[in-house]
Design a protein around this ligand. Structure first.
Ligand code: ATP
Length: 468
């Protein structure tokens, strides 16, 4: 009897397919998260003949599972299930070696046809496995550069933490909205302006746009414009030839040339002075650059992604930023949500950062205890992901027990002004946070209340208020 593994976090839906497939003569097991699916695969005595997986799962996406399987030599057919709204992700899944996909809602007979077809043509998976390897850059382990001026990112993924992903996208409404815009604009040639407060993760988003674009196999180059002195700006952008100015003792390629064919990410864009803005605009309009001291022009073809935490529109209004350049770099705007608006993602990120810190500091901390969760939920994280990461790292180092308590958390937050607990912030965020916590807790209200750092009664009252 052929054996199928269903990976689906919607328990009712998963059970419905399981029952139906059993009636059709398959042996069927279920998992509700990537973590559980990996465990089931590792423990299964005879393995599976096919995996049917949702794309959006509570801990990782289905592509992560697919890549894990291929990496561990599990070459069985893999069918992804997705909603029409997320159909763009199917391209990514297929590139990563998925056998086929079904868009929800689907007719069970269609699914059955796809399963039969996939099981009887195993050859296809071998070639896809290779494709999964070559496409690993699309997984969430991909590493953005530290955007120090002129640091080049290769196109390969890297996971410094074994199976712990380096990056997370989050499950909150704000995160879903963010990444739906990312997937929408990525395959187009449009220039993108990413706006958001410091530490919200703008560089990771820039990197994802590149990875999901048709330029994914070409270079991605990040340049921190905020760190470039005015005198060397032209050379950083366009390069120079040896002897063109004091200190130019060899030829140097500029950011445009390094990123040629791929994506140029200009971070802290709002800091560029007027003169550099003019040079940049000319390069973008003419699609040519001339290195400092050279009389040769070089054709360039780059996708531009810019980021800033300044109010650029206001700078334009004040006459400090050229309007024509603003329109050129801003064909599509992405607004980064602040951490306080990402609902229960706060706990997912905290957990991830603790895992990274464990690895880096050789510790074995399991997470935050209830009171510590309460404390992080009551704080509004003006420094966003960067601040959370720093606090979690310090707290992991200071922890003396299996769980980080409020004492070491407070010590790690010593630089932070105490705040009155705001419990769940404003109404919209509150609703999102409740929904996300319920999802993360698999519908278990006690667990969700714990995640939200409120008591069960408060959670029930809030659920009633919002009609959940
Ligand atoms: N998606 C993510 N998953 C996990 N960690 C993240 C993610 N995005 C960002 N981080 C963490 O937050 C830190 C800050 O991210 P990043 O530098 O991209 O922010 P930024 O918005 O560009 O900030 P700034 O405006 O100050 O340059 C990163 O070093 C990383 O540790």
């Amino acid at each position: 009897m052929e054996k199928i593994l269903i990976v689906e976090d919607d328990i009712a839906f998963g059970t419905m397919i399981q029952t139906w497939l059993r009636k059709k003569g398959f042996e069927v097991e279920k998992a509700t998260s990537v973590k559980v699916a990996i465990q089931v695969c590792e423990e299964a005595e005879r393995g599976f003949d096919l995996v049917l997986s949702d794309l959006r799962l509570p801990d990782h996406d289905g592509i992560f599972l697919l890549q894990w399987m291929r990496k561990h030599g599990v070459q069985v057919p893999f069918i992804v299930m997705t909603s029409y709204a997320e159909i763009q992700n199917v391209v990514l899944a297929m590139k990563s070696g998925a056998t086929d996909y079904v868009a929800k809602p689907f007719h069970p007979e269609i699914l059955l046809d796809k399963i039969k077809e996939a099981i009887k043509t195993p050859k296809k998976q071998d070639s896809n496995a290779t494709s999964a390897d070559s496409q690993r850059s699309t997984d969430t382990n991909s590493t953005p550069t530290d955007a120090a001026p002129g640091k080049q990112a290769g196109n390969q993924a890297s996971s410094a933490n074994g199976d712990v992903p380096k990056y997370l996208e989050g499950e909150s409404e704000a995160s879903r909205k963010l990444y739906s815009f990312v997937s929408l604009v990525a395959p187009t040639p449009m220039s993108v302006l990413i706006l958001g407060a410091s530490g919200t993760g703008k560089e990771y988003v820039a990197r994802r746009i590149h990875e999901l674009s048709t330029r994914a196999n070409k270079p991605f180059f990040a340049l921190d414009c905020g760190a470039i002195p005015k005198e060397v700006a032209a050379s950083e952008f366009f390069g120079h030839v040896k002897g063109s100015f004091t200190g130019a003792d060899q030829d140097k390629k500029g950011a445009f040339e390094i990123a040629n064919g791929g994506t140029l990410f200009l971070d802290e864009m709002g800091n560029l002075n007027y003169e550099v803005q003019v040079q940049l605009l000319r390069a973008l309009q003419e699609r040519k650059i001339r290195p400092v001291g050279s009389n040769k022009e070089i054709d360039i073809d780059i996708r531009l992604v810019c980021a800033t935490n300044e109010n650029l529109a206001q700078r334009v209004a004040e006459g400090n930023f050229r309007e024509d350049l603003y329109h050129r770099i801003n064909e599509f705007t992405i607004y980064m949500p602040e951490l306080k608006d990402r609902g229960a993602d706060l706990f997912l990120f905290a957990d991830l950062f603790i895992k990274h810190a464990n690895k880096e500091l050789n510790r074995n901390v399991e997470g935050l205890d209830g009171k510590a969760k309460e404390r992080i939920a009551a704080y509004n994280w003006p420094g966003n992901l960067r601040e959370l990461n720093n606090v979690m790292k310090r707290a992991t180092l200071l922890a003396t027990e299996r769980y980080i308590g409020v004492t070491e958390l407070e010590q790690s937050m010593a630089h932070i002004q105490p705040q009155a607990p705001t419990a769940l912030h404003d109404e919209e965020t509150e609703l999102q946070r409740i929904e996300a916590a319920l999802k993360a807790a698999g519908g278990n209200k006690s667990k969700a209340a714990q995640l939200l750092a409120v008591d069960r009664k408060t959670l029930y009252n809030k659920m009633k208020k919002y009609g959940i």
